[in-house]
Design a protein around this ligand. Structure first.
Ligand code: PLP
Length: 1010
């Protein structure tokens, strides 16, 4: 006879009452309580006290009784408020008494009675389930410091005896039921048993079934019956409690999650413990159902033994089809942990590295025009047709959307609640009556046959063909490990079968390698052609069980197990969700709020929301290659500059009347880049301010007012500068040339009136300038000559050799000073030198700088000879509230440092030369290109009607620029006739960007000119 099959004691109530009186000196009313092996009575005394009187099974060894007693005593000392029974001494001061009965010797014990109803008779509210977990966690925490020889026993309910259930399998008649148990035990043997050896063990209650958990006033009030307490893996405590609580529950894993969360809050579980809970529950069920079956064979009739038999089989059946990764994820998430350990790190890594990944398809999805499809409503024709598996209808609906919205990629977002999954396998196995409808991947719709490439190096883990309707068609699973220990997987679905079959398990794919092509209807499960791309943070060997859609209730779990693959695909959130005002609203609002002459670029203006290096990204997540914005010199949002600004802004920003290091650090560094004569600095905020100040200095120094300028020049927007900017005063709204402004002709080589070498042309223009200067009427001697070293609004005009040297000499001879406006062209843009004037072998008296020097932060500088600065200090204070503030200086310094660290001048030379070559090839192809010119990354393409006549062609130039924008590349036009395509890409421009620029120029020119 074993403890399990020895009959229960069978004392009458009268005998029991007598035993109680004799050994404990207590008299009261006895009511029989249910018990599997022992005989239990509830005792109520006349004075209202309550006890439980227990007559133990005769087969119970004394060591077991002593063990239980010691356990309760330990708890009393360790956690006196814990809601468990407390031992009542016998009249002789013992913890229990031994009595002789008909079948042998029995131990009798009295413990305090805990008020409450068994959980079995209560609704299992979330609070009660959580409370059950808490109580068990608190108990096991207290028991962690407890040990007893009696705890080390092996009996049928100790979880590690689960494999013995196989011996009882003969009692299970139904082959399907046998298979269920066998498979639970197979998993136990192969995966759980080896793991258990490494998990924490300790004494646990081991029987928190819903008859042993007591509830009062809607709260868990006690745990009774320590008869099954045993030394076991601690996590078995939870497995047992969950097993009973889950019976008959519609969403059993959620029920378990509540208990586990309560437990974890008191006594935190370890990662490995989470992974075995589901399997331990199944093992416990295997013990339970085989035990019931065996007992039935033994014809035992006690209904207590069978009460949970049917629900146990049902639960085992339900759990057998649940993915343990998902179950574990739900349990972990309920405890406030990542559903998959490391998921956050994977997400963060992908987010930080998005820009460095190879393109998923060509062109890169970020560059393509995208449209978010709606597969969440039957009102959408595409969704309705897809749900009905009407291929033709779906194709028509998709084509209609493309026509309406003009996109090349349709997007099916992660997390979309969809109505299109109508096949039976979309029913939930986690929650009864629910369906799986939340999309766990990213769909990108593109033509069948589109090639898909892996953004990261990968190993092929599995490939298969799932040919069923609404299934995946060709399917591939890749493993990625971009950093040691950072492992995740990607699932690629709806592929064409031949290309999916080309992949071999174990095959290594480098970043950018072809994965497969998109399948058509016949091969992709009957969908409009698209890729289902899913990120997976937990390992799978079997492709067929990875869910592509999940239940709404578990979205936070899906976020960790199958995170949004947007970064992996190179897409940003704006591609899926626009924020702020629409473009139309903004245009309207600008009309209301801003001056009408605050202009916008392009026929259909763009709303930009992000800048990343060479890319500007619009509100629909489309990335445009920025070849125009020379302010973002180091690329948009260069981290060095962003950090320098943020760091200093967080510390201090104030004006130059206080001493601060940054202004000296910055000007020292700037001085190193300039000829030694230019040793004095004024820091301002805009190019206009710099030029305005330069004029004031020149005028103060010379005592004169007149200015010499190049025709069509632009130097800024203040009145003083409009007066010296022919580009402004000569055009609409301008008041014409003031009498103190004198224009020199633009020394264009391309349109020179003489034929000759550049030197000869330079000489020609210089002579003319000299004549003009010496011929100035009296009283109009120049204070200064101001010129851009490469006139930009005049159409990217490169001054011929010798010209500047000669003009500077003429101006100086006439008593004027020379100002180089390097606001656009300075700071290394020309590649060979830091400042464009250096190429001409001249040293200006004043140099103005702006646009690029703060990489987008408003920063501008006047560098001037000391002598002029001294004259300017004539008693009038120079104060500029913002000029020279520490934040601006920190930004400027970061720009200078980065230019050097990243060797960007050399890069500008290299990429510039490469671009010029490409432009020359275009010139051979398109007769409308009259001239191409450039130095470093400052380039122009002049469009003409006829190469012979050189007649300006402004409209085609603007159409080319607008077409290039439609194709994803930003450029501008300039020049007196707006016929020069102006290119000023960031200094970080790479070969691949140059190739793209040339390719798009080619396409745009083909579209516009041919
Ligand atoms: C050559 C030149 N100088 C000065 C300025 C004026 O600079 P800001 O717009 O910063 O005032 C500009 C602006 O376009 C410019 O191109």
């Amino acid at each position: 006879m074993t403890i399990v099959n020895n009959p229960r004691p069978a004392f009458s109530s009268a005998e029991a009452r007598e035993l109680l009186r004799a050994h404990f000196g207590i008299e009261g009313e006895l009511t029989s309580l249910p018990s599997e092996r022992d005989q239990n009575f509830r005792v109520e005394t006349a004075d209202g006290r309550g006890f439980t009187f227990k007559i133990m099974n005769a087969a119970e060894p004394l060591s077991a009784i002593e063990f239980q007693t010691a356990l309760l005593r330990h708890l009393e000392g360790c956690d006196p408020d814990l809601a468990v029974p407390r031992i009542v001494h016998t009249t002789g001061g013992q913890d229990y008494a031994l009595i002789d009965g008909a079948d042998g010797r029995y131990a009798v014990r009295l413990v305090t009675y805990l008020a409450g109803c068994p959980l079995a008779e209560q609704t299992k509210t979330p609070e009660i389930l959580h409370g059950t977990g808490r109580l068990l966690g608190r108990l096991d925490r207290a028991l962690a410091s407890f040990g007893h020889p009696g705890a080390h026993r092996s009996f049928d309910w100790e979880i590690r005896t689960a494999p013995l259930s196989r011996a009882r399998l003969h009692a299970v008649a139904d082959p399907e039921q046998r298979r269920l148990v066998e498979s639970a035990l197979d998993i136990y043997d192969s995966r759980v048993a080896p793991l258990l050896k490494h998990l924490r063990c300790g004494v646990i209650h081991n029987d928190a079934n819903d008859w042993n958990v007591l509830v009062a006033d809607g709260r868990v009030n006690g745990l009774i019956d320590f008869g099954d307490a045993v030394h076991s893996p601690i996590v078995a405590e939870l497995a047992v409690a969950c097993t009973y609580a889950m019976l008959d529950e519609a969403s059993p894993i959620e029920t378990a999650a509540r208990i586990v969360a309560g437990y974890h809050a008191e006594y935190p579980l370890q990662d490995a413990e989470f992974t075995v809970i589901l399997h331990l529950i199944m093992a416990r069920l295997a013990i339970s159902v085989t035990m019931s079956a065996a007992r039935r064979l033994g014809a035992a009739q006690d209904p207590y033994l069978f009460v949970s038999e049917k629900p146990a089989w049902d639960l085992l059946r339900k759990l057998s089809v649940i993915d343990h990764r998902i179950a574990t994820g739900i349990l972990r998430q309920a405890c406030g942990l990542e559903a998959a350990p490391g998921a956050r790190r994977i997400r963060e890594w992908l987010s930080a590295n998005r820009r460095n990944l190879a393109p998923l398809m060509r062109p890169h999805p970020a560059r393509q025009a995208k449209h978010v499809l709606n597969l969440g409503s039957l009102d959408e024709p595409l969704a309705a047709a897809s749900a009905a598996q009407d291929n033709d209808g779906a194709e028509r609906a998709y084509a209609e959307l493309v026509r309406e919205h003009g996109f090349t990629l349709g997007l099916g977002p992660w997390g979309e609640r969809r109505i299109i999954y109508t096949a039976p396998f979309f029913e939930s196995v986690l929650a009864e009556g629910k369906r799986r409808n939340v999309h766990l991947g990213l769909d990108i719709f593109a033509p069948a046959g589109t090639e898909m490439f892996t953004p990261l190096a990968a190993t092929v883990v599995a490939t298969t063909i799932n040919p069923d309707p609404q299934d995946y068609g060709g399917l591939i699973l890749l493993e990625h490990e971009p950093e040691p220990g950072l492992r995740f997987w990607t699932l690629w679905g709806h592929l064409d079968h031949a290309s999916a079959r080309e992949r071999r398990i174990g095959e290594r794919l480098e970043a950018g390698a072809l994965v497969a092509r998109l399948g058509d209807y016949a091969e992709n499960g009957g969908w409009v052609p698209h890729i289902h791309l899913q990120l997976i943070t937990v390992p799978y060997e079997d492709l067929s069980i990875i869910p592509g859609v999940g239940e709404e209730a578990f979205v936070p779990v899906w976020e960790d197990l199958y995170p949004r693959p947007y970064d992996f695909a190179g897409l940003i959130s704006e591609a899926f969700e626009r924020s702020g005002r629409t473009r139309e609203e903004l245009i309207e609002k600008r009309r209301e709020r801003l001056g009408r002459n605050v202009s916008m670029s392009y026929r259909t203006p763009l709303k930009m929301v992000r800048g990343e290096g060479v890319w500007l990204i619009d509100d629909a997540g489309r990335a445009y290659l920025d070849c125009y914005n020379n302010v973002a010199h180091l690329g948009h949002c260069h981290p060095n500059v962003v950090q320098a600004i943020a760091r200093q802004a967080a510390l201090l920003n104030t004006n130059t009347r206080y001493l601060h290091d940054t202004i000296i650090d910055y000007t020292d560094r700037l001085a190193q880049s300039l000829p030694k004569e230019l040793d004095t600095f004024f820091i301002v905020c805009t190019g206009s301010e710099a030029n305005d100040l330069a004029l004031r200095m020149a005028r103060t120094f010379t005592g004169r007012n007149d200015m010499l300028v190049l025709d069509w020049a632009y130097h800024g927007h203040t009145q003083a500068l409009i007066d010296i900017s022919p580009y402004k005063y000569k055009r609409k709204g301008g008041r014409g040339r003031p009498s103190f402004t004198h224009e020199l002709p633009i020394p264009e080589v391309y349109r020179a009136p003489i034929v000759g070498t550049p030197e000869e042309i330079g000489h020609y223009y210089a002579e003319e300038a000299g004549r003009l200067i010496s011929g100035l009427p009296s009283g109009h001697a120049p204070a200064a000559f101001i010129a851009e070293t490469i006139p930009s609004v005049a159409g990217q005009v490169f001054l011929p050799p010798g010209y500047l040297k000669s003009v500077y000499a003429s101006v100086r001879a006439a008593g004027g000073v020379v100002i180089a406006d390097e606001v656009q062209v300075g700071l290394g843009r020309v590649g060979d030198s830091m400042w464009a004037f250096e190429e001409h072998g001249v040293v200006p008296d004043i140099v103005t700088m702006g646009k690029p020097i703060g990489n987008g932060h408003p920063l501008a500088v006047v560098a001037v000879r000391r002598e002029i600065a001294e004259a300017f200090a004539n008693g009038m204070e120079y104060f500029n509230t913002f000029g020279g503030n520490p934040v601006s200086c920190a930004a400027g310094l970061a720009v200078l440092e980065t230019l050097e660290q990243e060797n960007l001048l050399a890069n500008a030379s290299e990429q510039g030369a490469y671009l010029l070559d490409g432009m020359k090839r275009l010139q051979e192809k398109y007769p409308a290109i009259g001239d191409v010119r450039g130095r470093g990354l400052f380039l122009g393409i002049e469009i003409v009607r006829d190469r012979a006549t050189k007649e300006h062609a402004g409209d085609p130039a603007s159409r080319i620029s607008n077409r290039a924008k439609e194709l994803g590349v930003l450029m501008g036009t300039d020049g007196p006739h707006d016929n020069v395509i102006k290119l000023r890409p960031p200094m970080i421009f790479k070969r691949e960007h140059a190739d793209l620029l040339i390719q798009i120029l080619d396409r745009s020119m083909a579209d516009v000119l041919q």
